[in-house]
Design a protein around this ligand. Structure first.
Ligand SMILES: [Zn+2]
Length: 113
């Protein structure tokens, strides 16, 4: 389950940042995740419940915002949303497209006390 490793990364980054701020506890962590990371929210939340124990995030909530995959056609320069495997321009049908969104894995904000 790769969510365990991803969650550990999120938690380590969040607790490091919070401790640098002198925080006693973390109330919530907001993350943005691209759908192409194939992260499953239930699995991520489960990992978070396990890994947050005995950290300053022990009572924290994890809020996940998923971003749909988007690409830009190199021919007609339009940007479009698409599925995980179906990347072609809806305008000209070209498969030569640059991914602009979908692989994000970022902490947007952390609420601390
Ligand atoms: Zn096109």
């Amino acid at each position: 389950m790769h969510e365990m490793g991803i969650c550990q990364g999120i938690l380590t980054a969040a607790t490091d940042a919070a401790e640098r701020e002198g925080a006693a506890r973390i109330n919530s962590i907001d993350v943005t995740i691209g759908e192409l990371t194939q992260v499953v929210e239930d699995a991520l939340q489960f990992a978070f419940e396990v890994l947050r124990q005995d950290t300053i995030a022990a009572d924290a909530t994890l809020t996940v915002t998923f971003l749909e995959p988007r690409s830009r056609c190199t021919e007609c320069d339009i940007e479009f949303a698409h599925g995980r495997f179906d990347v072609h321009c809806p305008e000209c049908g070209s498969y030569v497209c640059d991914l602009v969104q979908g692989k994000e894995l970022a902490i947007e904000s952390i609420d601390i006390d």
